[in-house]
Design a protein around this ligand. Sequence first.
Ligand code: AMP
Ligand code: MG
Length: 420
Amino acid sequence: MTSLLSVKQAQTILLDAIQPLEVEPVALRSARNRVLGEALHATYDMPFFTNSSVDGFAVQAGDTAQASLETPVELVVVADIPAGSQPVVTIRQGQAARIMTGAPLPQGADAVVMVEATDHYHRDEELPVRKRVRIHEPVNSGDSIRPRGQDVQAGALLLSAGHALRPQDLGLLASQGYATVPVFRRPKIALLSSGDELLDPSQPISPGKIYDANSSMLSALLEDCGAEVISAGFVRDDEDATRSKLDDFSAAGVDLLITSAGVSVGAFDFIRKVITQNGDLTFWKVDMRPGKPLAFGRYRGVPVVGLPGNPVSAFVGCLIFVVPMLMKMSGITDHQPRMLQAKLVEPVESDGRESYLRAILDEQDGKAVVRLSGHQGSGNLFALTRANALLILPSGVKSLPAGYTVNVFPLMNGKITDYG
Ligand code: AMP
Ligand code: MG
């Protein structure tokens, strides 16, 4: 059956066919870009304890009220409190304790005087602390103190389920004592290109052949979006070779099979035939440019997306259809790509299909502007590498004049969250 679907309809069918994967514990150091499977709450107040934000002297602020450079206030140093220690003294009127940044504030003290405002400034740090300290500036109660719970209170929601972990999130979780975190399993994917014309880039070129561009490109895109690509290569246009590859992949327990090329009506397109023998494959024409042909089905129960062979069509198809699937499998709830608006600096034309044109998004007088990055042929990868965005023309629109505002989909450096 061949039907013409809108991009939205095709996306919906694909998304409805898959579910988020299981949640597994992962060591925090390996959890970057992984998606939280559960909400995580604060176990502790942060800071854990009231502490000093500077190197200096813990005091009773009232003692320093009259302090100046000319008439310093002299206090008796009763303790030395390095970071990592637990003070046992209580600071009384007329007393001070030397304290380092991050060390717990001793009982009785309500402020810290920075060392720069004392006669200990510029003193050799190796020397033992003196018995007395002269304070040159007054401080107020609470100065240079980080109170317990200032940043986070125990029980507070730190991060929600569905959140992709960034470096700063790992820092927060580490500071709360999380050594492992519950995250969605990474989707396991096998990628298969096909074509008698294909050569690996390591092979010498020969007449009529081309290098396989899709394997490197699509596996990198899928990995950037959090997938584990267990195989990325091509088969000849040969029925048995194709079947044997697909059997291997389904036996390896992949979550999704992606093919490129070989699903259209060419005489040597075997992928379609082989999948149908052990599953089903629906071939659609999507109202989209580039990348009109798209196939979806199951092979031995494993979902299969068949992308077009032309490299730009394959890339755009992967971005628009497969990446949202990966995001759903990875536990991200909002899988719609983020669009921006920009003004056309030149007229653009398409053929009336929903078009994703390779474009350069720029800024002019503080406003976003966009122009095409080169020839829009669906095999022309150079124009794709020069693009930093896809310019979207809605279905039914064949041309737009310069000055018109259009939607653009910025192409970022992979990373699962860039798409969601
Ligand atoms: P097909 O869908 O097999 O008819 O392929 C469509 C076009 O994409 C043809 O020009 C192929 O040579 C090209 N093509 C298919 N697979 C790849 C690939 N892996 N890398 C580069 N070009 C490809
Ligand atoms: Mg082919």
